[in-house]
Design a protein around this ligand. Structure first.
Ligand code: CA
Length: 173
């Protein structure tokens, strides 16, 4: 009985240590965070929050300009594993509203590194995924049209799969 109790105790301790050692689960750390657009579409109703509200049938939409952009403030530093960008689902001729764009990230909004680039036009509802380089840490994620004629930028949803930096430090320490 005594030894059985110890075995059970050691088993529990082992499970606790194991759970602390597990790689933390990725979460969509962009959900409901603050989004800034380079400009607003003239009719209104397409604010930046529409890009991180978990709905794929609405959209954030800038005005027409040379290099329109959308920037998410994650509210803290995260290891960024993957960024998924979804084109608007409601328009079959709006591919140029999400084309030739960069995805960047960084700890400071004016000092960003590139995670990836997509050089073609998207189709309605298309998902474009970017896997950032290892050790990509940032608070800000930027989607920016990188070239071409002046255009709008529209995005139905952006998902940023990441882990709080403090949890990753715990994992590696
Ligand atoms: Ca949305």
């Amino acid at each position: 009985m005594f030894s059985a109790t110890w075995v059970l105790t050691l088993t529990c301790l082992c499970q606790i240590q194991t759970s602390l050692g597990h790689f933390p689960d990725l979460e969509n750390v962009a959900y409901s965070k603050t989004v800034t657009l380079s400009s607003n579409f003239h009719s209104g109703g397409y604010g930046g929050s529409k890009a991180v509200n978990g709905m794929y049938d609405d959209l954030a939409h800038t005005g027409r300009e040379r290099y329109p952009w959308l920037r998410i403030d994650l509210g803290g530093n995260f290891f960024i594993h993957e960024v998924e960008v979804f084109a608007r689902a409601t328009c079959v001729k709006c591919g140029k509203q999400l084309h030739n764009f960069d995805v960047k990230f960084g700890k400071h909004k004016h000092d960003l590194r590139r995670c990836g680039h997509y050089s073609r036009e998207t189709h309605a509802g298309q998902r474009v995924a970017f896997w950032c380089p290892g050790n990509s840490v940032g608070r800000y994620v930027l989607i920016r049209i990188a070239g071409g004629r002046p255009s709008y930028l529209s995005v139905a949803e952006v998902l940023v799969w990441g882990i709080p930096e403090r949890l990753m430090k715990q994992y590696y320490d």
